[in-house]
Ligand binder design. Structure first.
Ligand code: UDP
Ligand code: MN
Length: 347
């Protein structure tokens, strides 16, 4: 009886131990290997998702960092250029406002670069760049942003009927007319010659300028004039100066024009554009009469002209023209490999 009872107690005891053991095994997943694997897999999948998410975050942060780095680099560049050239305007010195029409073509950035790096040498200088386009382009916007000059960026498209076609000879139609007029409107709207004196110069983007001419034109009282090199199919054209006064024009082509000189050969006191608020260039005047239109419109006479460049005996400005680059190997590359050079590289 006693033995039977103690055996029952032992069975009970083992039973309880076994149950505790099984519970333990089940609880820790040892008993059910399949369920355990599933759990692990779920855990792994969760970790994988988390890693993917973090990976995306890291990549995005990297992109942001690179964009910021690029911005900082641009700013440093900008500061470097500005630092070298004090852009603070001296109130006592006339400001030179250069009006430059420009249009999209393969050599545009090269022209603007050369021009801006001449202008960077000048104090009290403001550059008005007017694109011949329906919109201000990214190229010119970015270029101006980093050029280090004080500038205004405008645009106006030359209408088709007055626009030079690709195969037209360049003399067929006037170029840059609406753009120069827009530059003049900007001056009239935004400046006050009573507050700060100024001088206006029409600086085409392809010419070559000696710094000396800017120093001389800065003191223009009405209209100053000087010779221009490599223009009118001559080595130079020039005002004719006798006893310190302009008496006529040295030119082969249309010498009877009232002001037979190139756009690069004169500068005008800012005040005159306020005195004659209607005066502007026109697409409908005879060829070679742009300069005469504007100066006659302001009632300028030969007697008013101030000859510079050593009584007009020195050439300090050249009407250079850039050869249109030949890019035919781009087409050849395209035919051979399906693409030319990388269009993302700005030239
Ligand atoms: N220009 C322009 N649109 C054109 C052609 C020229 O705005 O369709 C600009 C050009 O960039 C330059 C000025 O007008 O600043 C004079 O043009 P270009 O140098 O071709 O004239 P040229 O030297 O033959 O007088
Ligand atoms: Mn030109």
């Amino acid at each position: 009886m006693y033995l039977m009872r103690s055996a029952r107690i032992w069975y009970l005891y083992f039973g309880v131990i076994l149950m505790v053991f099984m519970c333990f095994m089940v609880n820790f997943g040892v008993w059910c290997p399949n369920e355990n694997e599933q759990k692990l897999e779920n855990l792994l999948a969760r970790y994988r998702d988390q890693i993917k998410e973090k990976d995306k975050e890291v990549r995005e942060a990297g992109d942001k960092l690179r964009t910021s780095e690029k911005k900082i680099q641009d700013l440093i560049l900008n500061l470097e250029v500005r630092g070298k050239n004090n852009r603070v305007f001296d109130q006592s010195m006339p400001v030179i406002y250069a009006i430059t029409p420009t249009y999209n073509r393969s050599e545009q950035k090269a022209e603007l670069t050369r021009l801006s790096q001449t202008f960077l040498h000048l104090p009290n200088f403001h550059w008005i760049v007017i694109e011949d386009s329906a919109l201000r382009t990214k190229l010119v916007t970015n270029f101006l942003n980093l050029c280090g000059l004080s500038y205004t960026h405008l645009n106006i498209l030359t209408p088709k009927e007055v626009k030079l076609k690709l195969d037209d000879p360049n003399w067929l139609k006037p170029r840059g007319v609406l753009q120069r007029n827009m530059g003049l409107s900007w001056l009239r709207k935004n400046l006050n010659p009573e507050k700060q004196p100024g001088v206006v110069y029409f600086a085409d983007d392809d010419n070559t300028y000696d710094l000396k001419i800017f120093a001389e034109m800065r003191q223009t009282q009405k209209v100053s004039v000087w010779p221009v090199g490599l223009v009118g199919s001559l080595r130079y054209e020039s005002p004719v100066v006798k006893n310190g006064k302009v008496t006529g024009w040295f030119t082969y082509w249309k010498p009877d024009r009232p002001f037979a000189m190139d756009m690069a050969g004169f500068a005008v006191n800012l005040q005159l554009f306020f005195q004659y608020p209607e005066v502007e260039f026109s697409n409908y005047v005879k060829r070679g009469y742009q300069e005469s239109t504007i100066l006659s419109g302001m009632k300028i006479t030969l007697d008013d002209l101030e000859p510079l460049a050593d009584h007009c005996t020195k050439v300090l400005v050249w009407h250079t023209r850039t050869e249109t680059p030949k890019l035919k190997n781009e087409d050849r590359l395209n035919r051979k490999f399906g693409h030319g050079s990388d269009p993302n590289v700005e030239v």
